[in-house]
Write a protein that binds this ligand. Sequence first.
Ligand code: SF4
Length: 412
Amino acid sequence: MTDAALTAADQTNAVTDDGIEKLPLQASDAATRAAIAADHGKRDLVGLSREELGVALAELGEKPFRVKQVWQWIYNRGVTDFAAMSNLSKDLRTKLDEHFVIRRPTRQVEQTSEDGTRKWLMRFADGKEAETVYIPDVEETRGSVCISSQVGCTLTCKFCHTGTQLLVRNLSAAEIVGQFMLARDSYGEWPSPTDESRKLSNIVMMGMGEPLYNYDNVVKALKILVDGDGIALSRRRITLSTSGVVPEMYRLGADINVNLAVSLHAATDEVRSRIMPINKKYPLAELMKACREYPGVSNARRITFEYVMLKDVNDSDADVRELARLVKGIPCKFNLIPFNAWPGSAFEVSSWNRIRRFSDMLADEGYTAPIRMPRGRDILAACGQLKSASERERKSLLKARLEAGIADDPHG
Ligand code: SF4
């Protein structure tokens, strides 16, 4: 299959006028079947809920108490080999190995910045790729793992590099949890620490994709990550960032109630609809209402409003005043992000003085508004860059093959 044909086959999504992808896409069937065949049709245990794991083990004739044992081996000890499950009988370990696998994404690229940021390009069983990043705090004793929820993105925010890549597909619960597990492998952080010594202490669902357009898989993955018998991360240490998918914000609050971050990026509907087409569907008044009603929001647990600083677009003094009016009464803070230009982008970053003034004015209005300093600049400046670099490499490889008359599968 040619690259163009692959692209057409895999990106069968149709972006509507409001820039929102409506169709939930699945992995390329052929590629997935090939990957599964490589495991001789064995089922991956990662990503199953406890109930699903119980059913899978019951089909092998095992009692319900085995669920906790296997769960602990997978998610607390981090093993990937059934032979290591030493409190299970040899017979059971053999049986598990015959029917199941404990899969991880493949670590396609791993880069560590001089500031300690580590970034992975992860490849999944069907060859699709997404990025995961570990961002340590300044003391480098702990930090956040930034996880992707989709390959590409459902949305088309005009300032975002990922938004230029059409949605390829949603990631499964296994692939979402697998990103965190592979990051833990990379730092050798198994078994799951039970105290405050965790290095990978937080998760932010802020990687590629709009997590609330992959709602079921994301919530299933988060439930696995907070399960007390496994990775046992407190939901207070997980933040989900959304561009403002209002109905799912209500569902999220009811279903798992992790911390909420909202990509706001504008103070008026006019500007926001221009740079974030989703605003046409869920305008600011509805978005602010959903924020106000998000369960558990308080001064101790504030909503974070992400705000990318775009020169002459959203960075005026009037914008600050409008923002203050907009979020009045919502326990919140702002996170000001200097725009990171990418090839072909139509925007420029605001001047440093302007960003400082914006931050100071928000502080005068009573809102914390730190300026997020870019991390890991030496390994890559912008989100999406590793994936783009990988795609470029693959395309030039294909071009070379075509020129040499060897038109084989570029994903091979
Ligand atoms: S900012 Fe987020 S939601 Fe918008 S296109 Fe980029 S990845 Fe998607």
